[in-house]
Write a protein of this length. Structure first.
Length: 425
């Protein structure tokens, strides 16, 4: 499987983009800050956000480049089902994204008004979504249909969640599940979900939310508008048509990935990184509750302290490693808000008071972060972060702003005392 984000049905990917693995929402923050911190967050947890999605949803669909988002979705508005019936399921040639949307709309029960259609897709499958309303509040409904040969495998992380059926298909059911962990779901968004993997390994997956989006929004009704029985009937409909089996990817020599310059470098004891962090912290701060992660045999070191300047506790953490050297310029992929290239070729980035969430949880917890990072031309990489809380996620702020400013973090990151661990890659 090449990229877990690309090998899920778009439905399940988009419905769980910001899912929190374990207690820290590393993937969401990595997506918000860019590729560099995504690597760091992968190092911080043993399971990626996409893998956590699979474990939660109980379905794996392998493939490549699934369901690229349509850059020009249909215009929003109320849809006429009588018009839709003239175009659904009649052509022998491969279905278009519009046909997939038409089929979804045709299968919506008559009691609902349908608005805001949207489509996406590529050679591996197609997706569509609409908003439906029965007078009790808007509800997002979305579908993904994968092409045959996109091998669908269903496993059972919980009893009774992935059920074989007499016709050889398998069905996955989730009822009124929170889109975030139940104890940290301030928007109250719930989803009903049904995924059917047919005998030919093509699949139909339907999600229905009690909101207009699956994430970063407030609920618009008490429960999803469609029941599990209704979603199952829709998924089993014979109206769905699937793209042809995708052609295999061309075979040939595989270009090796660039070797990190850290491969030949010795590891650094993680306690030494912790000591360096303590050494470079402003002397006016009281330090307590040290912690580390990484270290040998890993090729990265992480360390943190809780610090206090008399105005409340603040977590400060450091991450040091080697990376494949980056281009000596500032790009959109950089992980921080601000960026500059120094005369020595190092790329320096920093962010000030960046919110840790992009939804109602930010209002609830109020966690902010100052960040500074340096990418050296020889592959050395360091990032320092200060929070206005004792944890990155899952706790309320303990002070208005982080204790250590972005300017201070930049000076700390540039200290010559840091040693960068090498090792396996």
């Amino acid at each position: 499987m090449k990229n877990l984000n690309d090998s899920l049905p778009e439905l399940m990917r988009r419905a769980t983009e910001n899912l929190e693995p374990e207690s820290t929402d590393l993937v969401e923050r990595g997506m918000a800050r860019g590729a560099t911190l995504r690597r760091r967050r992968t190092a911080l947890v043993s399971v990626s956000g996409a893998a956590a999605v699979l474990a939660t949803a109980g379905i794996i669909v392998s493939g490549s480049q699934l369901f690229a988002k349509d850059t020009q979705p249909p215009a929003a508005g109320t849809t006429d089902k009588q018009t839709i019936r003239k175009t659904s399921g009649v052509a022998a040639k491969p279905p278009t994204r519009q046909e997939t949307l038409n089929t979804l709309i045709e299968l919506v029960p008559a009691r609902f008004k349908v608005t805001k259609p949207e489509t996406w897709g590529d050679d591996w499958g197609q997706g569509a979504s609409v908003l439906i309303n029965d007078g009790k509040g808007l509800s997002r409904l979305q579908v993904s249909v994968s092409a045959p040969g996109v091998d669908g495998n269903c496993f059972d992380p919980e009893p009774g969640t992935c059920l074989p059926r007499p016709d050889g298909s398998r069905v996955l059911i989730r009822k009124e599940e929170p889109t975030y962990q139940p104890d940290n779901n301030p928007g109250g968004v719930l989803a009903n979900a049904v995924g059917v993997i047919r005998r030919g390994t093509e699949s139909v997956s339907l999600y229905n939310f009690n909101a207009v989006q699956e994430k970063q929004t407030e609920k618009t009704r008490a429960k999803p508008a469609l029941t599990i029985a209704e979603l199952t009937a829709m998924a089993d409909s014979k109206l769905w048509r699937f793209l042809p089996k995708p052609l295999p990817e061309p075979s040939g020599p595989v270009k090796p990935e660039p070797t990190s310059p850290g491969t030949s470098k010795p590891p650094v004891p993680v306690q030494e990184t912790l000591q360096t962090l303590k050494q470079v912290l402003p002397k006016s701060l009281q330090v307590s509750q040290p912690g580390t992660w990484g270290g040998a045999p890993d090729d990265f070191n992480g360390a943190y302290y809780l610090v206090n300047d008399g105005k409340g506790l603040s977590r400060v953490e450091a991450f040091v490693s080697y990376e494949v050297p980056v281009a000596k310029k500032c790009t959109d992929e950089r992980a921080t808000t601000f960026c500059k290239v120094r005369p020595d070729g190092a790329v320096v980035g920093w962010s000030k008071n960046s919110p840790e969430y992009g939804d109602a949880r930010q209002k609830k917890d109020g966690v902010l972060a100052n960040t500074a990072e340096i990418h050296y031309p020889d592959g050395r990489f360091i990032t320092l972060t200060s929070y206005n809380a004792v944890e990155q996620k899952g706790s309320r702020h303990t002070r208005p702003k982080p204790a250590v400013t972005a300017e201070q973090l930049l000076a700390m990151a540039g200290n010559k005392a840091w040693k960068f661990p090498g090792g396996k890659k």
